[in-house]
Ligand binder design. Structure first.
Ligand SMILES: Nc1ncnc2c1ncn2[C@@H]1O[C@H](COP(=O)(O)OP(=O)(O)OP(=O)(O)O)[C@@H](O)[C@H]1O
Length: 247
C-alpha cells in the first residue's frame, strides 16, 4: 500500500507562489479529487509529486520516498499529465508496446491495459483517428502499464463528453477498488467529486479544504448540488480563509 505525503510543499516561480505550504496525505484504496480553479496550483503539485518540479521548500513523497528515489518508478506510479503524445501514425497497441519495451515492462501488460480501458477493439487502428476520449483512455492505459500502486491524472475529464466522463468516473472507482492510490485533478467540482472518497480543494496555492463530500456540503447534505457548488465557490474565491480544512 503506497500513500502520497505532502509535507509543507511550497513552489515559487519568481514572484508567483504556485504552491504554498501544503501538507496532506493521500491514501491508498480511495479516489482523492484534487479540486481548484485555474491557476490554483494543482498541476504544479502533481508535477512535484512526480519529481518534475523541484520544491522551493517542503517535500512530496510516494511511499515515503521522493520520486527520484523510487527503485521501480513505473511500477509504483502511473501518471496522465495531459493529452498523451502518441504518434498519430502509430496504432494504439504499438504505442503501448514502445513504452513497455523502453521501460522494461512485460509486453503481456499491453493487452491487459487495453482491456482495462476498453480499447481492445480499436487497438490496431492508428491513433490519428482516435477521438479525444479514446486518446485519454490510451493515456490512462500507458499510465497503468507498470501496474502501479499510485495513479495520478491531471484534468483527465478535459474535453470529454458526458459519456466519457461517466466512463472515467467508473474507471477511477475501479482503480481505487483495486487498491490503488488515485489522485485526480479537476477545476470542476461536478466532474469527479461525486465518485471521490475524499475532496481536497486548493486555491491560490493554499489548501482550503480536505474532507468528505458530506462535510463540504454541510447541513444541506451531499445530494444538494447547489449547496456543494456554493461551498466550492466560497472556498476558492480570492482571499478565502483556511477554515474549511477539516483534516
Ligand atoms: N513553469 C512555470 N513558470 C512560471 N509560473 C508558473 C509555472 N508553472 C506554473 N506557474 C504558475 O503557477 C500558478 C499555478 O499553476 P498550476 O498550473 O499549478 O495551476 P493549476 O491549478 O494546475 O491550474 P490549471 O487548472 O489552469 O492548470 C499559476 O499562477 C501559474 O501561472
Amino acid at each position: 500500500m503506497t500513500d502520497i505525503a505532502l509535507d509543507g510543499l511550497t513552489k515559487r516561480f519568481g514572484a508567483v507562489t504556485a504552491v504554498d505550504d501544503v501538507s496532506l496525505q493521500i491514501r491508498p484504496g480511495a479516489v482523492t479529487a484534487f479540486l481548484g480553479p485555474n491557476g490554483a496550483g494543482k498541476t504544479t503539485t502533481m508535477r512535484a509529486i512526480l519529481g518534475l518540479v523541484a520544491p522551493t521548500a517542503g517535500r512530496a513523497l510516494i511511499g515515503g520516498r521522493p520520486y527520484a528515489a523510487l527503485p521501480r518508478p513505473r511500477r509504483e506510479v502511473g501518471a496522465l499529465l495531459g493529452p498523451d503524445g502518441a504518434h498519430p501514425g502509430r496504432t494504439g497497441r504499438d504505442h503501448l508496446r514502445v513504452i513497455a519495451s523502453a521501460a522494461g515492462l512485460d509486453r503481456a501488460r499491453v493487452d491487459a491495459v487495453l482491456d482495462l480501458v476498453e480499447l481492445t477493439d480499436a487497438a490496431d487502428r492508428r491513433v490519428g483517428g482516435y477521438s479525444l476520449g479514446m486518446r485519454q483512455r490510451l493515456g490512462l492505459a500507458a499510465a497503468l502499464l507498470g501496474d502501479p500502486a499510485v495513479l495520478i491524472a491531471d484534468e483527465p475529464a478535459n474535453g470529454l463528453d458526458p459519456e466519457g466522463i461517466a466512463w472515467l468516473r467508473r474507471f477511477l472507482r475501479q482503480a481505487a477498488d483495486d487498491g490503488r492510490t488515485v489522485l485526480v485533478s479537476s477545476h470542476l467540482l461536478a466532474e469527479v467529486a461525486r465518485t471521490a472518497d475524499r475532496i481536497v480543494i486548493v486555491s491560490e496555492g493554499r489548501l482550503r479544504f480536505d474532507g468528505g463530500l458530506a462535510e463540504l456540503a454541510g447541513p444541506a447534505g451531499p445530494g444538494d448540488a447547489d449547496a456543494l457548488e456554493a461551498a466550492f465557490l466560497r472556498l476558492t474565491v480570492a482571499g478565502a480563509g483556511t477554515a474549511g480544512v477539516a483534516a
